[in-house]
Design a binder for this molecule. Sequence first.
Ligand code: AMP
Ligand code: MG
Length: 414
Amino acid sequence: MSHEKDATVQDSCASPGLIPVDEAVSRILDAATSVQQSEQVRVADSLGRVIAEDVASTIDVPGYDNSAMDGYAVRSGECAAAGTSLAVSQRIPAGQSGVPLEAGTAARIFTGAPVPEGADAVVMQELCERQGESVVINKAVQAGENIRRAGEDIARGSVILAAGKRVRPQEQGLMASIGLASVRVSRKLRVATFFTGDELVEPGAELGPGQIYNSNRYTLQGLLQSLDCSIVDFGIVPDDLDATLDVLKRASADADLVLTSGGVSVGEEDYVRIALEQLGELNMWRINMKPGKPVAFGQVDEALFMGLPGNPVSVFVTFTIFARPLILKMQGAGNYLAEPLSIRSGFDWRGVKRQEYLRVRVRHDEAGVYAELFPHQGSGVLSSASWADGLAVVEPGAGTQAGDILPYIPFQGL
Ligand code: AMP
Ligand code: MG
């Protein structure tokens, strides 16, 4: 399958002055520091937050040797050959502790119950035959089998979560398993947003001539929510210098990061650049990528500023490549730069001037997984991002053909 580019996206000769994506990422990350403040939150409320201090366990998990099976606890030395018959001397369900195992006997035991003193193996019930007050063990028993050892998951004193770890459901469970009810996390990042464009209208209102819906607001808010930011939205801002100056002042007053869309090209109606130059510092980059060539990065007083392009797919892609690692670093996350995976390309794609981030879906065939391309890759075609589950990256140059291995960036945390 080969795709022709449409005329509007064909004009992107590798003009001088485009900076490589990696360089833009490192310049952005160099400017970012992590928030220093932290807060104590309930483990139940910690999803998506970044651990601020190492979490060490004060207990062993499991806390005691326990049975991994429903079955019979025995002394393995007494059952070295299959067919041993033992009297059943006690019954130990989970939640109870038995008594030391008498020699020559077995204990009926259930999953999770403490293994009684003296026993050193549990035989699963499927391999045992109950005969009244006795049980026949139909196998040769090895010492240690089917016993979960105290501390085998977590040893007392060990660090279970290091500072910088972002909490997922499994981390919440892990903290609960050591009895933790609350945890210290970095404070939430305050992100202010606004959306420039005279043409923008909020969903719910009627569209007039030449107007479009402010879809970027919803894309960005969702992306920010998935990173657990606290969002202050300043809404739609007209293409007007005074209005842009005013909102930029207000947005930066109390934010760690101001994130916007639109108005960062070099058109006459692009005021974000000018406003940022007047109020703070601007690095305006034309980045060697597609979609998303223009990205503005800078600072107004204490707040960092990132101005994403207006095109809806560019917003999604530039957020993924630039804003996401920036936000993770500011939140104190250790692992803020996710390494791309690799995937076999299932398509041809030629004439690549800028580094391209193609919307693809992971598919399977007899040879394994491969990336299928969404046929319309225009930067305004938001359905491509909805259809896709990640981005395949094609370096500037000759392009790529089916069978090549490409870097693949899965859409994360969504
Ligand atoms: P700009 O970067 O302001 O020149 O905008 C580039 C393109 O993105 C134009 O077609 C805009 O209409 C469109 N656009 C800008 N902002 C938004 C938005 N918030 N939601 C959807 N489309 C937008
Ligand atoms: Mg605009």
